[in-house]
Each structure stands twice: as C-alpha cells, then as structure tokens.
Design a protein around this ligand. Structure first.
Ligand SMILES: [Zn+2]
Length: 247
C-alpha cells in the first residue's frame, strides 16, 4: 500500500510539471537522455521501457469501432499560470471546469504542447498538438488531444504565446483563459488507452484524440520551436490495442 501511495504521489508531481520524481534525473528528447534511453535513466522510469500500452501511437483509423459516447465539456473561462517546465509549455487552469469523457466525469487540470504532434493517424503527422489533461475523482487520467496544422493565426494561443517563458519558470495569465476557444467545431475523436508520454510513462491514461485539426500560423509554430525545437516522444507499438471512435 505504502509503495502504491508513493507511486501515486510521484505520478501527480510529474503531472504538475513543476516538481519531478527525481530532480537530478535529467531527460530530454535527443541523444543519451532521449526517449530510447528513458527507461534506463531511473528505476522510476522503467515503465518507459517495459510498458506494453504506451503512448503516443499511430492510430489505425480503419481498425476503429464506433462505440464511444460523444465528449461533453463544461468549461468556464478561468485564471491560471503558464509554466515552462523545461520540457514543454504547460498552462495550469485549476478552476476551468470538467468534461464527460467516455462514461466518466473528469476535472480539467492542465494543457501542454508538443511539436511535432505526438499521435499520428494512418501514418499522417501534424506539426503541433495540445494535450488537455483531466483527472477523475478516483484519480484516473484522461487526455483530449487536439492537432494543429499550419494556416491562420490561432487566436486562442495568442495570450499564451505572448507571455510564455523562454526559460524554465512560470507567469500568471494576464486574463481569464477560455478552453473552449482551443477546440475545433467537431469533437469527433479516436479513443485509445495509453500512458504519459513523458517519464515515468505511467499507464492507465485514456486518450481522446480529436479527428478535426485546428490551425496555427507558421510564425506561431516558429515561436514555439524557438523554445522547444522538438518535444514529442516517438510512436510506440500498438500491441493489439483496440481503438474506438465517435462520429
Ligand atoms: Zn502531452
């Protein structure tokens, strides 16, 4: 039991993005501390190597069955903070509301950003994605994934990108942030069971990957890449997982 409690504590400290299981364990996206080595960097990262339901995946759309309930969000604009945790830009919105994902209700915690996008669909990648992390009352995690393609400037990202720290640190959001502004018009999604895509790669995370991308400008993409040129874990094996989808 004690060990389980400790694991949970580590899990959530990782999620906060500010404190880490072991502050002295450096990890990254390239070279000796890159994804291929995560599982060897620390005992607490072992699942990165041994896990069988890891994220991200390349979603095979033809294998998906249409069994999943629609997403129902009830978000409200809220105050928060923008964190550069050394691995991504993360926006913590502790009072942003909740979403019904599958059969359960999940409280929104934070969203963070990856370039290139971590998931793929039928081998097709996107230049950028957001992961919106939610947690149920019993501690389970669910993540909504939103793909970004290059196009018009993304208005929802503007206040984030105007203030995001280029070095590790955090700032308060200048105005309340509306999560709804991040979403595409359709909430149709693919659902798969996976893991955190950062060490310790803890499993039991349910992903709801929206099929419809939103747009961001090439200038916005460049601005993010100037801070994080690459912060996406490579595709992990599907290992026979079932994908469901909603239309
Ligand atoms: Zn992520």
């Amino acid at each position: 039991m004690q060990q389980k409690k400790l694991a949970v504590a580590i899990f959530f400290s990782l999620l906060s993005g500010v404190t880490y299981a072991q502050d002295n364990v450096k990890w990254g996206y390239e070279g000796n501390i890159g994804p291929a080595h995560w599982g060897e960097l620390s005992k607490e990262f072992a699942t990165c190597k041994t896990g069988q339901v890891q994220a991200p995946i390349d979603i095979p759309s033809k294998a998906a069955s249409t069994a999943s309930a629609p997403i129902a969000t009830s978000y409200s604009a809220s105050a928060g903070e923008i964190v550069n945790n050394g691995h991504t830009i993360q926006v913590n919105l502790p009072n942003a509301g909740s979403a019904k994902l599958g059969a359960a209700d999940y409280k929104f915690l934070q969203f963070h950003l990856h370039t290139p996008a971590e998931e793929k669909i039928d081998g097709m990648g996107f230049p950028f994605n957001a992961h919106l992390v939610h947690q149920s009352a019993d501690g389970k995690l669910a993540v909504i994934g939103i793909f970004f393609k290059e196009g018009g400037e993304n208005a929802a990202l503007k206040p984030i990108f105007a203030a995001m720290p280029s070095a590790e640190g955090k700032v308060s959001l200048a105005a309340n942030f509306s999560l709804n502004a991040l979403f595409p018009p359709s909430l149709a999604y693919y659902n798969y069971s996976g893991s955190l895509t950062t060490p310790g790669c803890n499993e039991g995370v349910s992903f709801f990957i929206l099929k419809t991308p939103v747009e961001m400008s090439s200038a916005q993409l460049t601005q993010f890449k100037n801070i994080f040129p690459l912060n996406a874990r490579p595709i992990m094996p599907l290992n026979g997982r079932t994908i469901t989808e909603s239309n």
